[in-house]
Design a protein around this ligand. Structure first.
Ligand code: EPZ
Length: 434
């Protein structure tokens, strides 16, 4: 069995281009042009886990070519799903003969979204098991709300240093009110409740577009879930789910990152394929700072004629300002005029990039969960990437700086951005392998 699974794993060929560990970034001048936006990482990962709930093949399109998606496909293959690449962004996944892992997959330690195989395993097999859950380090990343949901649905769990195992003889619908808004706990509760007996109500649930996308996928497979995009979800459990064809939504964080890169370099960029409705707080903040922004159905254009003015942002769950764009916004504040402030209310310690920006001459100080910035001229420096979005922020700062920067540990960035170097180069960035 294990041999078969390993064989499957081999079939889901790695298609992420090799990423350089070190990058040299020289001043680019204004970034200018169009960028095509890939599928959303944070929608693709729960949808891939949800495929496990189905009993026939799914075709999932618009998957971003990023490391975390590769890991998810490998985890599915390791559980016995047949994973077949149709084209660059589309995979056929047949979970019909998948089985729960006897021991935790060592790959689960490499990304946060491995946790979704607990809810999906519980929903499909009555058992889920993962190893230590990885992901970016923002201080603590608890999973008590995930476990609270499993317990309410009738699961029992065992948590050790090496593994988390959840199981249930039968899952029963329940009323679950989360103590805090959590994307991951909402995803896991949806995954487990979709095939439970009876109705589940989730209160204080996350309402991010990627949650709505997961629900849209599951409903197309035959699930009965209402309330997506709001803080209350009603899930009527169903006995079976059939596979379907589905395309993942565009990545709002990727789109926001290129808008911020153009803003920091006083450039003009159009992000194509992005949904402006997902980025309302970013767009209004950039307008307040002096950028001209034009939105159409599936594209957003930004023009920054001069250095933008600093501003304040406070992160929060959707529809608040996304925490996954605050490091990039802080990099813009560093290159802007006047004072900027970032108050982080989701990951209170998400400021490991600040010390790297200081090496580039940034006037940024962090006290508790707030970064205070005074805009200045950045200069090149040797910096290292502490996590995914911090990496994007440091690339933005390096493009906007005077002089050459060397970024190390850049492989973090490939976890979440499809071909970021190629896309930045296409709009004028001067980036080469170190
Ligand atoms: C998801 O992480 C995203 N990851 C993160 O994106 C994103 O920053 C985060 O949601 C918030 O939007 C994926 O979608 C794969 P949470 P997740 O549970 O689910 C607290 C990126 O850069 N909390 O919504 O792990 C927690 O401490 C990544 O793309 C509990 O207290 O985040 C945090 O303060 C990084 N108990 C807050 O809730 C729990 O059981 C939000 O966390 C769970 C969370």
């Amino acid at each position: 069995m294990r041999y078969t699974n390993e064989k499957n794993r081999g079939r889901c060929a790695c298609r992420v281009e090799l990423f350089m560990e070190k990058l040299i970034v020289r001043p680019s001048g204004p970034l200018y042009g169009r960028v095509g936006i890939s599928g959303s990482k944070n929608a693709a990962l729960p949808i891939l886990a949800a495929v496990l709930l189905c009993e026939s093949p799914c075709i999932i399109g618009n998957l971003p070519a990023i490391r975390d998606v590769e890991l998810a496909l490998s985890i599915l293959a390791g559980m016995g799903a047949q994973v077949e690449r149709i084209d660059r962004a589309t995979y056929r996944i047949d979970p019909t003969h998948a089985a729960p892992p006897g021991a935790p997959d060592p790959l689960s330690g490499r990304m946060r979204a491995s946790a979704y195989y607990l809810g999906a395993g519980l929903g499909r097999f009555g058992r889920g098991c993962v190893g230590r859950i990885g992901g970016c380090d923002f201080g603590g990343r608890p999973i008590d709300q995930h476990l609270k949901a499993f317990l309410a649905l009738g699961g029992s769990m065992e948590v050790s240093e090496e593994a988390i195992t959840v199981q249930a003889a039968a899952l029963r619908g329940a009323m679950i009110e989360f103590d805090t808004v959590s994307v991951g706990a909402t995803v896991n509760a949806i995954l487990a409740a979709t095939r439970a007996e009876g109705e589940t109500v989730l209160k204080n649930a996350a309402s991010e577009p990627h949650i709505a996308d997961l629900v849209a996928f599951l409903n197309r497979c035959g699930a009965d879930i209402r309330g997506a995009g709001t803080s209350t979800l009603h899930i009527r459990g169903v006995k079976h789910l059939r596979g379907c064809s589905y395309a993942v939504i565009p990545d709002m964080i990727e789109a926001g990152t290129y808008l911020l890169a153009a803003a920091a370099t006083q450039g003009a960029v159009t992000v194509c394929g992005a949904d402006p409705h997902h980025l309302v707080p970013l767009i209004s903040k950039l307008r307040e700072m002096g950028a001209e922004i034009d939105c159409e159905e599936r594209r957003i254009s930004l023009f920054a004629a001069k250095r933008l003015r600093g501003a304040s942002v406070i992160t929060g769950p959707y529809p608040g300002f996304p925490t996954d764009l605050q490091p990039q916004m802080a990099a813009l504040f560093c290159a802007a005029e006047g004072r900027g402030l970032v108050e982080e209310r989701v990951w209170r310690q998400r400021f490991r990039y600040a010390i790297e920006l200081q090496k580039m001459g940034a006037a940024i100080t962090v006290r508790e969960n707030t970064a205070y910035v005074r805009g200045t001229c950045l200069h090149g420096a040797e910096i290292s990437v502490p996590d995914l979005r911090a990496g994007a922020a440091l690339l933005i700062a390096a493009c906007a700086a005077e002089g050459e920067s060397t970024l190390s540990d850049t492989s973090y960035i490939e976890r979440g951005y499809e071909d970021i170097i190629g896309k930045l180069r296409a709009i004028g960035a001067d980036i080469s392998a170190g």
